[in-house]
Design a protein around this ligand. Structure first.
Ligand SMILES: [Zn+2]
Length: 327
C-alpha cells in the first residue's frame, strides 16, 4: 500500500498537537510543579486571584456516611491539627446499610453517628445531602445542588471518588463533583449562586480498582500518626462497623471477641485495621516507590493515604503540597 505523504505528515501533526495540548491548560500555560507537568482544565492560580482568606478549607465529598472517614480520616485529622477547616459530606443517607433496621431508622442512626465522628475528628461539619443509597441522581439538578454547596463553603481543596468504582453512588458523586469543576467559576451558570474566583484543587481518593487503570499516587500522606484518631472516628459508627458491615462480612464473632471496646482499644483497632485500614497498609506497599520519590530519605510508613490530582480542577500550587505533605 502506498502511503500518501501529505496525509502521513498531517497525522503526525495531529499527534504532535495532542501531545502539546496535554501539557497546556485552557489558558495555554504550562502547569509545572515539583518537576511534574499537570494537565488541568481550569486556569492556574494567579496572584491577582487570591484565596478568600482565613483558614484553608477542605471539603471531602463522599457518597455515604463513612466513605470520607474510612478513606480520608487520617488526612482530615492532620489538616485539622494544622488549622484547616475540614467539612465531610455524604451525598446519600446510608439508609440501606443495615440488615435489621428500617431504612428510616438506619438513616436517623447514621446521621447521629456521623455527628459523633465529626466531633472526634474536629470537623467543621459532616453534612448529609439525603439522597437514598443507590439512588444518588446524576442529573442537572443534582449537579447544581452540589455546586451550590461547594460555592457556599468555598473550599481550596475537594476530595472525592474516582469514576471507576464498584458502587454506583461513588461513581455518581465523583462525576457530579468533577462535572462542577470548571463551571464553579462561571458567574452565569447558576443564577443567584456565588461563583468561585479561585476554583478548588480536586483530589481523587484512593481505591483498589484497576480498570481502566490503577489510581496515580500524586500525593501521599503518612497515616501512621493519625491511625488512633481514625479508629476513634470509625468507632462512633457502631451501626456500620460493628453491626451492618460485620453481618455483611460474616464476622460478627470477631466483634463479639473484642468485648468492651472502650477498654480493649488494641483489639478494637486491630479489627478496624483488618477490614478498613488494610487499604492504607496496602497503599504503603504498592506506592512505596512513589513515597521514596516524594519524601527522599524518609522511611516508608506502615500506612498511608493516597490521592490523585484530578485534571478537571485547578492545577496544584506549592502551597497545596506544603499543606498536605509537610508535618
Ligand atoms: Zn460508600
Amino acid at each position: 500500500m502506498k502511503i500518501d505523504r501529505r496525509k502521513f505528515l498531517g497525522a503526525i501533526g495531529c499527534v504532535a498537537a495532542i501531545g502539546a495540548a496535554q501539557i497546556l491548560n485552557a489558558a495555554g500555560e504550562l502547569n509545572v510543579m515539583r518537576g511534574r507537568t499537570y494537565v488541568a482544565a481550569c486556569p492556574p492560580v494567579k496572584a491577582s486571584i487570591p484565596r478568600t482568606g482565613g483558614a484553608y478549607r477542605i471539603m471531602v465529598i463522599g457518597a455515604h456516611p463513612d466513605d470520607a472517614d474510612i478513606i480520608c480520616g487520617c488526612t482530615a485529622a492532620k489538616l485539622v491539627k494544622k488549622g484547616c477547616r475540614v467539612k465531610f459530606v455524604a451525598a446519600c443517607n446510608g439508609d440501606i446499610g443495615h440488615h435489621i433496621h428500617s431504612r428510616e431508622k438506619t438513616a436517623a442512626i447514621r446521621r447521629q453517628e456521623t455527628l459523633n465522628a465529626a466531633k472526634v475528628l474536629g470537623l467543621d461539619s459532616y453534612d448529609i445531602y439525603g439522597w437514598g443509597d443507590a439512588r444518588c441522581p446524576n442529573t442537572i439538578e443534582a449537579r447544581e445542588f452540589v455546586a451550590r454547596k461547594i460555592q457556599e463553603f468555598e473550599p481550596d481543596i475537594i476530595m472525592t471518588h474516582r469514576d471507576c468504582d464498584y458502587h454506583v453512588d461513588h461513581r455518581t458523586v465523583g462525576t457530579l463533583v468533577k462535572d462542577c469543576g470548571y463551571m464553579l467559576g462561571c458567574p452565569h451558570w447558576i443564577e443567584g449562586s456565588k461563583p468561585l474566583r479561585r476554583r478548588p484543587l480536586i483530589l481523587l481518593m484512593s481505591d483498589i480498582f484497576t480498570v481502566p487503570r490503577v489510581m496515580r499516587p500524586d500525593i501521599l500522606i503518612n497515616a501512621d500518626p493519625y491511625i488512633g484518631k481514625w479508629a476513634d472516628a470509625l468507632d462512633c459508627q457502631v451501626s456500620q462497623f460493628y453491626e451492618w458491615l460485620a453481618w455483611d462480612k460474616g464476622v460478627e464473632d470477631e466483634v463479639a471477641a473484642i468485648g468492651d471496646r472502650k477498654r480493649n482499644i488494641a483489639k478494637r483497632n486491630a479489627y478496624l485495621m483488618k477490614y478498613w485500614g488494610s487499604r492504607k497498609v496496602n497503599d504503603a506497599k504498592r506506592f512505596a516507590d512513589a513515597w521514596r520519590e516524594q519524601y527522599p530519605g524518609r522511611a516508608v510508613p506502615n500506612a498511608l493515604e493516597a490521592f490523585e490530582i484530578s485534571e478537571y480542577g485547578r492545577p496544584p500550587v506549592e502551597e497545596d503540597f506544603a499543606l498536605l505533605m509537610e508535618d
